[in-house]
Design a protein around this ligand. Structure first.
Ligand code: DGL
Length: 413
């Protein structure tokens, strides 16, 4: 009997069926039941029969031929990995990235009622392994899909760094069609998986009128709706809840009702066809987001300056502060042509360095207030501006380019 084999176990008059999982206890056998839960048995007190040997995992095809239905819009799915493309690996018991975009589609039959799809695997990674060069490649691939006639693009992505990729694509691409990032917090072989509902809602947004980069994820703890977040305003705010994603400093763009698949919008947005496709896919990687903590050494700033970094975002306290002994470092950076942008650890609200002395000194030293931008969005914007329009950095860092800044914040967010 090998890991992954399907077996039946008879114990006390009841028969259980499932796949063999790794067991840490000698003489015990653990199986994963079809409902996703694991159960262990003392092998000496159970009757075990082999039902089926483990199926070797299918080879992943990068381009799957999918059935076409007349009259449905054409949507491209690019998969990059993460939980939505994962299942439990029965050899290790860990969740690993295993599905291609095509396999995700075949596993969710409801998707076929919404659009025709072409599916490509771009990466098969957990999103903590994403990096700027992958954002660039992804942006190029999205642009290619749009040029080839895609009426919407879905990117399946790990949730951990989805907000960075969403922000990067928001700055790199001006899109005439929806570009939707989607993921899941629980893999599809778990009973509470959010993979299928999120994918169905993402497809509904991909054929909608919202021609922006968005993140579509569970909106509540139930299976009732998904929220549509603007790519530059979204953040993962919980490690494990299915409704982990929230729009910060701006209400969500809208929602998708899971049952009716109706898309409802709450905010102005760029409409389908309103903009021509534009791609500016360069990123300055030598930028850092530095979190200030009480008592931390200003040498941290000198480290980045000495290492040749080109820009720094400081995640300051409250309205945007660091200790007075950091001011000299800010001054040194800005004098050496390294912009220093201030964001807040509060996440919600806006930077105002004009209220307290420290803030005023920071501004005097050349720091730039990051308005109501999320710290990671300020970082990605800095990386993009320094690579694409360095001469306009000072003029544009505080201006909204992709919905990342607003000059007033509704009280409800
Ligand atoms: N580490 C995670 C990632 O790929 C897996 C979890 C997820 O996709 O939600 O971001």
């Amino acid at each position: 009997m090998d890991l992954g084999d399907r077996i039946s176990v008879e114990r006390g008059g009841t028969t259980y069926e499932g796949a063999v999982m790794p067991s840490r206890r000698e003489g015990y056998v653990v199986i994963k039941l079809d409902n996703g839960y694991n159960i262990g048995f003392d092998a000496s007190k159970s009757r075990i029969s082999l039902l089926q040997k483990r199926q070797e995992s299918r080879k992943i095809k990068s381009d799957m031929a999918l059935p076409r239905r007349e009259g449905l819009p054409q949507v491209s799915i690019l998969s990059t990995g993460g939980t939505i493309a994962s299942k439990v690996d029965y050899r290790t018991g860990a969740v690993t990235s295993q599905f291609s975009a095509g396999e995700i589609i075949s596993a969710i039959p409801e998707l076929e009622e919404i659009a025709n799809y072409s599916a490509r695997v771009v990466y098969q990674i957990l999103s903590e392994n994403m990096r700027a060069e992958y954002w660039i490649e992804l942006a190029n691939k999205v642009a290619r899909e749009i040029e080839s006639g895609a009426e919407g693009v879905i990117i399946t992505h790990g949730t951990d760094t989805m907000m960075y990729t969403a922000a990067a694509l928001s700055f790199m691409l001006k899109t005439p069609v929806p570009v939707v990032l989607v993921g899941s917090q629980r893999s599809s072989d778990r009973p509470s998986s959010d993979a299928s509902m999120n994918a169905v809602c993402a497809a509904s947004v991909a054929i909608s009128d919202i021609a922006e980069v968005t993140v579509v994820m569970h909106g509540s703890t139930s299976d009732d709706f998904c929220t549509i977040h603007r790519g530059t305003r979204v953040r993962k705010m919980h490690t494990s809840r299915r409704d982990a994603f929230q729009s910060i400093n701006q209400p969500p763009l809208g929602k998708v009702d899971y049952l009716s698949r109706k898309v409802e919008t709450f905010q102005p947005y760029r409409r389908r066809g309103e903009a021509a496709l534009e791609l500016q896919a360069r990123m300055e990687e030598r930028c850092a987001l530095v979190k200030y903590t009480p008592g931390s050494s200003p040498d941290i700033l000198n480290y980045y300056i000495d290492k040749g970094y080109k820009g720094l975002v400081l995640e300051g306290t409250g309205l945007g502060h660091v200790a007075s002994d950091w001011i000299e470092g800010i001054k040194r950076a800005t004098e050496e042509g390294i912009p220093v942008v201030i964001a807040s650890q509060c996440l919600r609200g806006r930077i105002c360095d004009r209220v307290y002395d420290t803030g005023r000194d920071m501004l005097q030293a050349g720091a730039i207030e990051g308005a109501d931008m999320l710290p990671e969005v300020a970082l990605v914007k800095m990386m993009w501006l320094l690579a694409n329009q360095p001469e306009s950095f000072a003029a544009l860092i505080g201006q909204p380019l992709a919905g990342e800044i607003a000059f007033s914040t509704p009280i409800t967010v």
